[in-house]
Design a binder for this molecule. Structure first.
Ligand SMILES: [Zn+2]
Length: 294
């Protein structure tokens, strides 16, 4: 995205490094992933929009899609593989090869709307994965749980009023991308949280809104938009969550998945811009998915 941009390649490197440091890397099954196909993207994005992204991808230098979001010669390939990773993870989990999966990918995806790139996002990775689970694997109900500090306007744009998808989002508000919770569709659960609030508010939202909605909906697969920018050290936002809060929310969702859908979870990295906090938080998230945290 540019030399001083917070959405940097170092984000993935520090997560991999922390998984090694915590001696988890040896116990992980790592999967190489193909690029998502245009057909897979077109389940959630307009064909004309996909064509525009391909046409705008530069051979050299960079082009801006919005003031925060730019493409260099490698961006399209990275974005296609980020979406492809979620598809691969859905295939692995639904075939029973693995119980759950974490996609350490960038660019993130949950701000990408049906026909608009914004907020560092080009293709909506988690939405592409959800649509794949419905279309290719014949699932009837998938839930997307989003604990990135920013609301996933793209995921809401794509799935609002789609009765096969439940979308739950907890985020700082009022804050970018300035959603309007009052206008939400019935399958979209908004949990706006005040600037300066800590993990207590997150836990209350999950207990009071997410878990009851999940129990009613009975999803066959959980997809997580796992953003770690709600951490108190994150430079882009003003919530005060800790590693313990990320562990707690992950454990709640693991427990729900164990009870309702054979433990099937596909988690996808969204935000998280303090490199040390991101690495520790993503690591405890993965450790909890592995059933190894206490
Ligand atoms: Zn975010």
């Amino acid at each position: 995205m540019g030399q001083y941009h917070p959405e940097s390649p170092a984000r993935i490197r520090v997560i991999e490094d922390q998984l090694i440091a915590q001696r988890l890397a040896d116990f992980l099954h790592k999967a190489d992933v193909p690029a998502a196909t245009v057909q897979q993207l077109a389940r959630v994005h307009q064909q004309r929009y996909i064509d525009e992204i391909f046409e705008m991808a530069p051979r050299q230098g960079s082009v801006h899609l919005d003031p925060d979001t730019s493409m260099n010669p490698h961006s399209l390939d990275a974005a296609l593989h980020a979406a492809g990773a979620v598809i691969k993870a859905v295939d692995l989990v639904l075939s029973g090869e693995v119980r759950n999966a974490f996609c350490a990918v960038r660019p993130p995806g949950h701000h990408a709307e049906r026909a608009r790139a914004t907020g560092f996002c080009f293709f909506n990775n988690v939405a592409v994965g959800a649509a794949h689970a419905l279309a290719r694997h014949g699932l009837e109900r998938v839930a997307i749980l989003d604990f990135d500090v920013h609301h996933g306007n793209g995921t809401e744009d794509i799935f609002a009023r789609n009765s096969s998808v439940l979308y739950c989002s907890a985020y700082q508000y009022p804050f970018y991308p300035f959603p309007e919770p009052a206008l939400a569709a019935p399958n979209v659960i908004h949990c706006p949280l005040q600037a300066g609030s800590d993990g207590t508010a997150l836990r209350q939202a999950v207990n009071d809104a997410w878990l009851p909605a999940l129990r009613d909906f009975q999803p066959q697969l959980l997809l997580l938009s796992a953003g770690f920018d709600g951490h108190r050290l994150d430079p882009l936002a003003d919530l005060n969550w800790s590693e313990d809060d990320f562990q707690w929310v992950t454990a709640q969702l693991v427990s729900h998945a164990d009870e309702q859908c054979d433990g099937r979870i596909v988690s996808t990295l969204e935000g998280g811009y303090d490199l040390n906090a991101l690495a520790r938080s993503a690591c405890i998230h993965v450790k909890t998915l592995m059933g190894l945290s206490q």
